[in-house]
Design a protein. Sequence first.
Length: 341
Amino acid sequence: MRRLFTFIILFIASLGLRAQDVQYSQFYANPLYLNPAMAGASEMTRIGVNYRNQWPGLDQSFNSYSAYLDHFIFGANSGIGIIFNRSEQSMANLSVSEIGATYSYRARLGFRSFLRVGGQVSYMDRDAYFGDLVFGSQIDDMTGSIGDFSGENLGEDMRHQFIDYSFGMLFHNDNFWFGASAHHVTQPNISFIDSEISELPLKLSAHGGVKFDLSGGNSKAFYNQRTGTRELTFAFNYKNQGPFTQLDLGTQVNIQPLVLGVWYRGIPLKETAIPNHESVIALVGISLGGGLDIGYSHDFTLSSLGNANTGGAHEISIRYSFLAGSAKGAGRKSSMPCFKY
């Protein structure tokens, strides 16, 4: 009963959260989802998949999936990509699917400084089955029996489709990067009811960081094959969507082929009635050679939800990078210092 009561509370909260975007802990392993300007940013061809299992300790599930493909065209200084996202919430059988096309352009600002700008257009589909939901108006106060009609203006199976737009920019040199992105710039209507308006809030993100080379200049690289790498990186990602704000602060150490990292998610200095300390995230990644990278992370819940045995969140990323097509112009490759995961 306690687990059911906990989930009901989380589900009510999630009705608002599901109007927000899914947030991945390994967002740099999902670059097109973070910022359209990152399409082709590795200046290779990348194929990646991501999976997130939120609150596995509960009887109901919150699962998110993502897959992307991007490629850099040296002759055009451009990156192109496609991305597929899907999230599923079992209690109302609510799912959100997205397929998007992304383009970015790289401009050289100096000898080793670059500015990338990008945009994305997506087709979105929201699907929900409300036939299993029970509303208070269906329950007889005297007998506790459940009636057939709730009085709610909802069909059992409902779908809603719309077009969505996102934009972003990214500045970087060999050791520093800063980016900003805006998703849902037209704030499309996501209501299942034709007569109602429920806008998907604009999501703004600012992210950046700095990398320190600990190898003493002994690191060697040939495309995606690296040896002797020793790097320490610090980064942040600030997000705002509607009334919600969130800040991720983290560090990763890259001792090829192993990457170890830790993130803090919350607003540590903000004065609110309810402390906004959401989670600490531990991450481990490994490069298996030939361009294959695998990452795993776990969110350890710090908020009051942690007392309800939600189980935090598990997340897995798999990425394969390679040089495809013509290598003409590959000598003009830039070096991206971003986190690997």
